[in-house]
Design a protein. Structure first.
Length: 313
């Protein structure tokens, strides 16, 4: 991209800025009657004006250590100034309209503790997000979004595992580049290898299992929990809970696995859920005196989930 192109999303872009404002305000007006719209200020703004903030693997040698796909790049100051102006256009235009929509800021790739968000931002978008993107920023009270994935081949397992790991770490949104949607296959049924990623009706059904799993819990009350699972042998555990009441636990990897929980005293019922089908693989019912409780997961491949609730008896 030439120097002129790199200024397109800055305040130093000449007469382009006026057209950008007209376009943004028109989009806001036209979309105002729809309740399923989120306004993202700019997709991947760090591509225009990058500022290196971190690296994923610091043991790589330069220059690969400091470049994508190992770099964590933020948008530079000139980009942030332009994005702030776009937010002003959106909020001012909506101030005279009936409805207000969420605004999303695309922050960076992978994961990073957010230093500062633009005013009036509701959703923070990460691309190719690690679970830490949600865990590090959960306390901000913003919706943390896994806003794009899709370059890990065609197999559903990779994207399903990403979704469970992220959402069970406190994420709010998961979406992927789905290459089964193509011209002539607007229903998402194209299974030819026509892109660098996956996506299929099967994957979408599997993501529906994740949605159903979460909605069967007290979703609004759940919080990330790194205390309840003391250890899960051979796998990674991700937990959301309402402590002392209910727990959603995802084990990433393959079994067998013995899991040690720290639970208060009470009577518990649980269901081990097949993350592909939603089928109940095993039920748990036990009375617990408090402290450590060992549970044995049924055999599984590439993930299994446990929904555990304390009940009155």
């Amino acid at each position: 991209m030439g120097s002129i192109g790199r200024k397109a999303h800055t305040l130093e872009n000449g007469n382009i800025l006026g057209y950008q404002e007209k376009y943004a305000r028109k989009l806001v007006r036209e979309a105002n009657g729809f309740d399923n719209v989120i306004f993202e200020i700019q997709n991947e703004p760090w591509s225009d004006q990058p500022a290196l903030a971190d690296v994923i693997n610091p043991y790589l040698r330069p220059p690969g250590r400091d470049t994508y796909p190992n770099s964590v790049d933020l948008a530079g100051e000139s980009s942030i100034a332009w994005q702030a102006r776009v937010v002003e256009w959106i909020t001012k235009e909506e101030s005279s309209l009936p409805n207000r929509h969420l605004i999303a800021q695309n922050y960076c790739n992978f994961r990073l503790s957010i230093r500062k968000l633009l005013d009036d931002v509701d959703v923070v978008n990460f691309h190719y997000a690690y679970p830490e993107a949600a865990l590090l920023n959960y306390g901000l009270g913003k919706a943390i979004s896994y806003d794009e994935t899709g370059f890990l081949g065609r197999e559903d397992d990779a994207y399903r595992r990403q979704a469970w790991n992220f959402m069970l770490s406190g994420g709010s949104v998961f979406d992927s580049l789905d290459y089964s949607f193509t011209p002539g296959h607007e229903d998402g049924t194209d299974l030819e290898p026509n892109g660098p990623g996956g996506g299929s009706p099967t994957l979408r059904r599997q993501l529906h299992v994740l949605r159903d799993f979460l909605q069967a819990l007290s979703l609004a009350d759940l919080r990330p929990d790194v205390q309840t699972v003391k250890h899960a042998s051979g796998v990674t555990a991700r937990t959301l809970s309402v402590p002392g009441r209910e727990y959603g636990i995802y084990l990433d990897g393959s079994g067998p696995s013995e899991m040690i929980l720290e639970l208060p005293a009470g009577h518990y019922v649980g269901e081990w859920v097949d993350v592909r089908t939603g089928n109940i693989e095993k039920s748990e019912t036990f009375r617990h005196a408090g402290g450590h409780k060992v549970l044995q997961a049924p055999n599984f491949q590439n993930g299994i989930a446990l929904r555990l609730k304390k009940v009155a008896r």
